[in-house]
Design a protein around this ligand. Structure first.
Ligand code: EPZ
Length: 420
């Protein structure tokens, strides 16, 4: 397993190119199941989860062609020959559950492994299943698998989501594209990645309105055709590197970053003493003075994103004063706390809230990554710490961030990957 060795103390300066959004690209690949024609995606991030999704779609019978030889432009095509999504893939990547709606819509059947929990929570899929049943699917659970049938096809319906679940919104949205009649998804998630998926589906001939407003209306069509789509920039990657500028007292240009995608992150960065300005094709992020403690509560978009919580906690651990971070989306997303405390942070967890008392500086230490975003919070702490930090289990990071050591080293960080 790979490790990172980080020697802290450098102020990061320079340009970092923001890649395609992981949480858009994964679903855009799944949209390839909705048509027998070719879907071409540009600006696909080169990360492990994309490779896993390619394997999943290929075992369904699709072809996923690497058009530019770098993994950045993929063409999804071919016919579905297998409607089962196996445990060994689904258990590695929860986003695999999103093939359920498209398989039902295209083939009238699907057998998908229950994803099970992950490090940050139990991650149930009850809203996905209830919504698909509302569209006419018959669903049973057996031997850890979801068996779903819709032999007479799916029929549009009015669905109210009890929580603005990103995944449930996406599964139902894709299924409804080929249902008979109109579907309304009330209390739909409003994350920008869903807007990107809607734009792609509409370019494939779907009829979807209401993006970003909390209610999505989908008028089903007979079939979708091929299209070409450019994946939106990754707002979480962008926000993560903005924290790198903040914690090191640096000055970065995040090329491709878009202010309007960052929602509450911009306000929180500025409250904590980090300036964010939209320049022509980049976000300019720099520290304007001492870091100040702020209170954060994670919420669905446009609130503060849970995927930025761990990174921000690293930043706040060296801010002046105290901060409180409340995690309302996942039940176990504080696993970075004990590792940050080993580096000298002073963080106490009380239920779903963490109290952070800022310290003057952190000290490098051997630490362990536990999940995708936690692994980057430890990198951020290492960049600011005195001495050397060794981060193990970097495979967590490789699932969702592309070329981290290269992007950081080009801006002056002392970071290297060591293969065990
Ligand atoms: C997506 O996960 C993202 N993953 C997550 O990013 C992100 O944290 C999350 O949305 C929230 O923004 C991808 O897009 C691949 P949810 P998803 O359904 O769809 C509960 C990262 O780091 N829930 O909005 O699984 C669930 O347990 C990852 O990139 C149900 O109870 O998120 C959770 O507590 C981590 N029943 C909450 O809702 C359901 O049927 C939010 O889940 C569905 C969800």
């Amino acid at each position: 397993m790979d490790r990172f060795i980080i020697r802290g103390g450098q102020r990061l300066r320079g340009d970092i190119v923001v890649g395609g959004a992981k949480n858009a690209a994964l679903k855009l690949l799944v949209a390839g199941l909705l048509t027998s024609e070719r879907l071409v995606l540009h600006n696909v991030p080169r990360i492990a989860d994309i490779a896993t999704m390619r394997r999943l779609l290929e075992q369904h019978g699709l072809t996923v062609e690497d058009l530019d030889g770098t993994g950045g432009t993929l063409a999804v095509g071919g016919a579905i020959t297998n409607t089962e999504a196996p445990y060994d893939i689904v258990s590695r990547m929860r986003a695999s559950i999103l093939v359920l709606g498209p398989l039902l819509a295209r083939c009238g059947e699907a057998r998908v492994s229950l994803p099970g929990g992950c490090a940050i929570g139990t991650r149930p899929v009850d809203m996905h299943l209830k919504g698909l049943e509302a569209l006419g699917a018959e669903i049973t659970l057996e031997n850890g698998y979801i068996n779903a049938r819709a032999s007479r096809g799916l029929v549009g319906e009015r669905i109210v989501l009890p929580f603005a679940s990103v995944g449930a919104t996406e599964n139902l949205l894709m299924a409804a594209c080929l249902a008979r009649g109109r579907t309304e998804i009330i209390n739909a998630a409003r994350e920008p990645e869903i807007g990107d998926l809607v734009a792609c589906l509409n370019s494939m001939g779907a009829r979807i309105t209401g993006t970003g407003g909390g209610t999505l209306t989908i008028d089903g069509v007979e079939a979708l055709h091929g299209a070409t789509h450019h994946v939106m920039p990754d707002r979480i990657e962008c926000g993560t590197y903005a924290c790198a500028a903040g914690i090191t007292g640096g000055d970065l240009r995040l090329v491709g970053g878009r202010l309007e995608h960052l929602g509450a992150v911009v306000r929180t960065l500025e409250e904590s003493g980090v300036e964010v300005l939209q320049e022509d094709d980049a976000l300019r992020v720099r520290r304007t003075g001492a870091l100040r403690g702020v209170d954060i509560m994670t919420e669905p978009y446009p609130g503060f994103p849970t995927d930025m919580q761990a990174q921000f906690m690293a930043l706040l651990s060296v801010a002046e004063g105290a901060s409180m971070v409340t995690e309302t989306i996942f039940e176990n997303r504080f696993m970075h706390v004990p590792e940050l405390n080993r580096m000298g942070a002073r963080i106490n967890v009380h239920g779903s809230s963490a109290i952070i008392r800022g310290v003057h500086s952190l000290s490098g230490a051997p630490v362990m990554a536990t999940d995708l975003r936690a692994s980057f919070s430890l990198i951020l702490a290492g960049l600011a710490a005195h001495g050397e930090t060794i981060l193990s289990r970097v495979y967590h990071l490789d699932r969702g961030y592309e070329a981290v050591e290269q992007k950081l080293a080009r801006c002056g960080a002392q970071i290297e990957r060591v293969q065990d």
